[in-house]
Design a binder for this molecule. Structure first.
Ligand SMILES: C[S@@+](CC[C@H](N)C(=O)[O-])C[C@H]1O[C@@H](n2cnc3c(N)ncnc32)[C@H](O)[C@@H]1O
Ligand code: SF4
Length: 351
């Protein structure tokens, strides 16, 4: 009988590592150390724009430690997932950020890291000493037939001896069963990612015969079914579906950010976007006049904010007073926006 069960929003699982539990709550910040990676996986999803040596905390480009701290605070992160590219080609950076995050947010800030490399005992000890809690190995496909003879055996042993939660994370493609068996033999968990198309891997994947499930998903036909097959022989396995990543993790992360950053009059949607009204003034001098009009109408001060182009205001108030503030030199909108500073506008509905 299969060990994977239908979980929330299409995620199949029977085992969740600590890092996965926090990710499920949308509480993990993604710290992308570098876009550089010496491996050349045909399915690599890292975008062209990210294939530089820059660091990102979620979507924010990092130019100082404060960017990392601010981003973690903004989403009230309970932990961080360190990824890339290959994070360990910038070992010092990885160690620095682990120490920084632990110092700033305490030991309970959970940190996991993805790597396709095989850190030796010395590096693993430094990572553990700095505070790394969990490590997920991704051996390149060409090694899947000879994992026992590869460096992964020693790295796993060191990681486990140093007290790290240790596992594998690979895409769910043919051959993944070999990694799953190796994980089981070494008492490690394994996460199978539903294989996804991206702009960077689409040509290679098409050439190898992979197909999209449908027009609206990036997931590949058969990846989920294959994970179910692999899981029948495993105890500590989790399948992370493409829809789950988008629908649950991202949405919950946006909601966390919105709850921390929204103004009293922003309405947070179920998707984690915010809704508010905006009165756009053609002339800067009109903003002051408009503000006076709003106070005469007794609109509470915490229900509006003056901006460069006009006044943001609770959308439900704007709907009520639209007739009174309308004028040839003003445009009225209800705006839906991502909850970041200057976040992308999803929709701008004229009133
Ligand atoms: C992009 S890699 C970056 C970190 C590191 N280089 C590694 O490979 O673990 C992070 C994760 O992406 C997953 N992954 C890679 N290509 C994928 C794809 N096309 N679809 C879904 N997951 C993928 C791998 O399973 C890996 O665990
Ligand atoms: S190891 Fe990770 S980052 Fe490197 S090519 Fe493979 S999937 Fe991409």
């Amino acid at each position: 009988m299969s060990n994977i069960t239908q979980g929330e929003a299409g995620s199949f699982h029977s085992f969740l590592s600590e890092g996965c539990k926090l990710c499920k709550q949308g509480a993990k910040m993604v710290l992308f150390i570098t876009g550089i990676c010496p491996k050349d996986c045909f399915y690599c999803p890292v975008s062209h724009e990210r294939r530089t040596d820059d660091t990102y905390a979620n979507e924010r480009k990092v130019s100082c430690d404060c960017d990392v701290i601010d981003e973690a605070r903004q989403m009230d992160a309970l932990g961080t997932g360190i990824t890339g590219g290959e994070p360990l080609i910038r070992q010092e950076k990885v160690l620095h950020y682990i120490r920084l995050l632990k110092k700033e947010f305490g030991h309970e800030h959970h940190i996991h890291m993805y790597t396709s490399m095989t850190p030796d005992r010395k590096l693993m000890a430094e990572l553990a000493e700095a505070g790394l809690d969990e490590i997920r190995f991704h051996p390149p496909v060409r090694l899947w037939d000879s994992l026992k003879e590869s460096g992964y055996t020693d790295s796993i042993r060191s990681a486990k001896e140093l007290g790290l939660e240790t596992g594998f994370e690979i895409p769910s493609i043919k051959g993944a069963n070999k990694v799953a068996i190796f994980a089981e033999e070494n008492d490690c968990f394994i996460n199978l990612n539903e294989l996804e198309f991206s702009d960077t891997n689409a040509d290679a994947m098409k050439e190898l015969g992979y197909q999209l499930i449908d027009d609206i998903s990036n997931a590949v036909v058969g990846s989920e079914e294959y994970a179910a097959e692999v899981a029948s022989d495993c105890q500590r396995i989790h399948f992370c579906s493409s829809s789950y990543k988008d629908a649950v993790q991202l949405r919950k992360r946006l909601i966390r950010i919105a709850e921390r950053t929204s103004r009293t009059f922003d309405e947070i949607s179920e998707d984690g976007t915010i809704f508010y009204g905006h009165i756009e003034c053609d002339e800067i001098s009109d903003i002051e006049t408009l503000n006076d009009e709003l106070s005469e109408m007794e609109v509470p001060a915490d229900m509006l904010e003056i901006t460069e182009s006009g006044i943001d205001i609770a959308w439900w108030i704007l709907e009520d007073i639209a007739g009174s503030v309308s004028d040839d030199k003003r445009k009225l909108y209800i705006i839906e926006r991502y909850p970041f500073k200057e976040g992308l506008i999803v929709e701008k509905i004229p009133l």
